[in-house]
Write a protein that binds this ligand. Structure first.
Ligand code: ATP
Length: 319
């Protein structure tokens, strides 16, 4: 990922935070990653999205040194991951998919234990800071078993931040949390970015990627099918033109318009037809062509959202 924008708090000559080169990961007959190359510049928030089984968690495990790739190299914060895992652990904070807290003890005790493990200096002060950051100062002395799923997720984020890592890796940070907690977690992630940290997150929520990420990498069946800014990805999918017409005309219109220059895709919908039109094509030309074939009662154009981009780029993959 070659975004060279300057980020507050990041030296202009800093090496990529992550550099994955031609990584293959084979589990028996399953090729979880099939030659992935990816570059993440410091201070960026990068989203990895893809259908179930696309290889997101495997890619994260490879970056963290938890899984050794069958081929290829991984460098994190300028250092080769292979053989360097314990040194890198001090610079990476990881939120795994499973929250895995000790639920019989308090939030504070959970963090105290992790702080000891990481050798965090001035542990009590730092624990107070991270709990404040995730909005749980008031619940510090409560037993984790009584916390909601979202609160447990926030304790786990606090734990990932304890040793002040330059790189945060968050595997589905908002899975299973309510809308309010989700927005709180988004606010924490944005505040991490303003501090100049690099954040890599996986998500199945496309709106999350669109709201948070400077760049988005789309994985499908172990292959990187696209990586770019959300705006560039949506532009690549073209403009969305919605045509209102009778359903008995829509199918015929769909077949005809898909032959029309500048039309990328068309699909029938309950109000008529949705057509994706190349950025260089004037949608009104397509409306004109449609009107020669059947009555069109109305039309509107809009930008596609990331969900539509994702569907276009991962068409044909398993659900
Ligand atoms: P999800 O969205 O469901 O979490 P994912 O994109 O994170 O999926 P991975 O968990 O990376 O996908 O899995 C990619 C593929 O590799 C899957 O087919 C999975 O079954 C396989 N896989 C992952 N880890 C292992 C393993 N340790 N042994 C065997 N197969 C594995």
């Amino acid at each position: 990922m070659n975004d060279v924008r300057r980020v507050a708090g990041v030296a202009p000559d800093a090496p990529p935070a992550i550099e994955v080169t031609d990584v293959v990961c084979q589990f028996g007959r399953i090729r979880a990653l099939a030659g992935i190359s990816l570059r993440v510049m410091p201070g960026m928030v990068v989203g990895i999205v893809g259908p179930n089984g696309a290889g997101k968690t495997t890619l994260i495990d490879v970056i963290c040194g938890l899984v050794r790739p069958s081929r290829g190299t991984v460098r994190v914060l300028g250092h080769a991951v292979a053989g360097n895992t314990s040194a890198l652990r001090a610079s990476i904070g990881v939120l795994p998919q499973e929250t895995a807290l000790y639920d019989e003890v308090t939030a504070w005790q959970n963090l105290r234990f992790s702080a000891a493990l990481y050798g965090v200096a001035h542990a009590d002060r730092r624990i107070a800071e991270v709990l404040e950051l995730v909005g749980l100062s008031e619940r510090a002395r409560d037993v984790v078993r009584g916390f909601s799923g979202g609160m447990q997720r926030r304790v786990a984020i606090a734990r990932a931040l304890l040793h002040n890592p330059a790189l945060l890796i968050l595997d589905e940070p908002t899975v299973g949390v309510d809308v309010e907690t989700r927005h709180q977690i988004w606010a924490h992630i944005r505040s991490l970015k303003t501090e100049g940290r690099t954040v890599v997150l996986t998500t199945n929520y496309l709106d999350e990627a669109e709201a948070l990420c400077d760049r988005v990498a789309i994985l499908r069946a172990g292959t990187l099918v696209a990586e770019d800014t959300p705006a560039a990805l949506t532009a690549r999918t073209g403009r969305c033109l919605e045509l209102e017409c009778w359903s008995e005309h829509a199918t015929k219109l769909s077949v005809a318009l898909q032959q029309h220059p500048g039309v990328l895709r068309a699909e029938t919908v309950d109000f008529g037809l949705r057509v994706y039109v190349g950025i260089e094509t004037n949608p009104e030309d397509i409306v004109g062509a449609a009107r020669k074939l059947c009555p069109v009662e109305g039309f509107r154009t809009r930008s596609p959202d990331l969900v539509e981009v994702f569907r276009a780029l991962t068409a044909g993959s398993q659900p």
